[in-house]
Design a protein around this ligand. Structure first.
Ligand SMILES: Cc1ncc(COP(=O)(O)OP(=O)(O)O)c(N)n1
Ligand SMILES: Cc1ncsc1CCOP(=O)(O)O
Length: 196
């Protein structure tokens, strides 16, 4: 099952909060730490898994099929510079695979190659990643709806999460809308309600 609310996690985040986030209904955690070594990433993934497994939350690893397999994660999220979805599916037939997509054609290609969901964005301006195309908003998401479950990403807060759902998104993925809020647990609860 594809989660409805992915919380992106790096080692600089408050990992002690993860069980409370999962208990509040955050059903997906994506380990995304661009500065970690491979070994640190495996260890971080194990820590995240251990923190949320009693809540049945799904843990995926960003970028790295090898780390996802080594650490026993349920899935992997792949972007344009990562292992192609087709190759990932070939070597990891049981992993949940997400693919970054920016339009309907890319979603169709990802589905053809074996992806389970598409990370679709940036929907809105984001402070969390540079070098992205201009945000393309909910209209583009609505136009891409219907091929794969879409996970909206980029500048998502609870209000925008509700809008993304109304436009056809299966769910959303969040960094700043959770980790840069005064109370991340309160923000998580609002996001959970918005995607329900
Ligand atoms: C759910 C989701 N969607 C999109 C992304 C972006 O992934 P990618 O294009 O690989 O960029 P980085 O996250 O690696 O910077 C994502 N992580 N999750
Ligand atoms: C990794 C990524 N890819 C597209 S937007 C984004 C960052 C999302 O972070 P935030 O939720 O803080 O906008």
């Amino acid at each position: 099952m594809v989660p409805k609310l992915f919380c992106l996690v790096s080692s600089s985040d408050d990992l002690a909060l993860l069980p409370a986030l999962a208990e509040a209904g955050v059903d997906g955690f994506q380990v995304r730490d661009k500065s970690a070594t491979t070994r640190e990433l495996v260890e971080l993934t194990r820590v995240v898994r251990g923190s949320v497994e009693m809540y049945d939350a799904t843990v995926v690893v960003n970028d790295r099929v090898d780390v996802a397999l080594a650490a026993g994660a349920a899935g992997v999220h792949l972007g344009a510079d990562d292992l192609p979805v087709r190759e990932a599916r070939r070597i990891a037939p049981r992993l949940l695979i997400g693919a970054t997509c920016r339009d309907r054609e890319q979603v169709a290609a990802a589905a053809h190659d074996g992806a389970d969901y598409a990370g679709f964005g940036p929907l809105f301006a984001t402070q969390s990643k540079s070098g992205l195309p201009d945000p393309f908003g909910l209209g583009a998401l609505a136009a891409a709806h219907g091929v794969l479950p879409l996970i909206g990403i980029g500048g998502i807060d609870a209000v925008r999460a509700g809008g993304a759902r109304a436009a056809g998104a299966h769910g959303v993925a969040v960094i700043g809308g959770l980790w840069r809020q005064p109370d991340p647990l309160v923000a998580a609860k609002e996001l959970v309600t918005a995607v329900a």
